[in-house]
Write a protein that binds this ligand. Structure first.
Ligand SMILES: Cc1cc2nc3c(=O)[nH]c(=O)nc-3n(C[C@H](O)[C@H](O)[C@H](O)COP(=O)(O)O)c2cc1C
Length: 215
């Protein structure tokens, strides 16, 4: 079950449209938008699900999936609990790497850069847009802490839910957004015979340098 022979059955060859330094967008965010639109057209399940890697003050890495909630040339935004493991990591080391894997298209995008905490106005605005039950979950969950059992969580949830009528709850200060400001991007397109295309962008101050990486 866990032998190399077992895993050999999963081997597959990839194919995809050509990706070249001469044809990609000069601006990596435009290239991201182009690929994101392709993912939507291809019906990728949750195309905005991305892996976020952070590391603590000893350099110990950790990663997890979160949902991208907005993006533009200024960065990529997600929301979470500031007292979670990722929150503590970002507090001591405000750097992160993002990864999108769209297997239906044989594509991967890597983005890395520094992390900014969103303003309270931005976090409030997004919190207000969430369904009320998601707002309550953000209030009651001490994300990443050890809890005795699930019942405690459900009781707190129902207790708050029963007190709320028409009015939405306030955003708790422990919950809000981050923006990852990209300093580099890599677009990976799977190709036959493991000769994949990899196009890397690095920020050189006022422009982006575009280079091909070996697969
Ligand atoms: C599809 C998917 C989407 C998720 N979206 C979020 C999200 O937007 N924000 C969040 O805090 N956690 C999200 N999670 C949960 C995280 O992966 C993780 O369990 C949680 O944030 C705690 O991570 P941490 O202990 O490393 O801080 C998502 C998980 C999955 C699988």
């Amino acid at each position: 079950m866990t032998t190399p022979e077992h895993f050999a059955q999963f081997r597959r060859d990839y194919s995809g449209a050509p990706l070249d330094t001469s044809t990609v967008s000069a601006d990596p965010f435009d290239q991201f938008k182009h690929w994101f639109d392709d993912a939507v057209t291809a019906n990728v399940n949750e195309p905005n699900a991305m892996t976020v890697a952070t590391s603590d003050n000893r350099g110990t890495p950790s990663c997890r999936v979160v949902l991208l909630k907005s993006c533009d040339h200024n960065g990529f935004t997600f929301f979470t609990n500031y007292n979670s493991r990722k929150g503590y990591d970002i507090a001591v080391n405000p750097q992160a790497a993002l990864l999108f894997f769209w297997k239906e298209l044989n594509r991967q995008i890597r983005i890395s850069g520094h992390v900014l905490t969103l303003s309270t106005e931005e976090s409030d605005a997004y919190f207000r847009s969430r369904p009320v039950r998601a707002q309550i979950a953000a209030i009651v969950s001490p994300q990443s802490r050890i809890i005795e059992n699930r019942m405690i969580l459900e009781r707190q949830f129902e207790s708050i839910a029963s007190q709320i009528d028409a009015a939405s709850p306030e955003r708790p200060s422990h919950w809000g957004g981050y923006r990852v400001v990209p300093e580099e991007y890599e677009f990976w397109q799977g190709k036959p015979d493991r000769l994949h295309d990899r196009i890397h962008y690095r920020n050189s101050g006022n422009s982006w340098i575009i280079e091909r990486l070996a697969p």
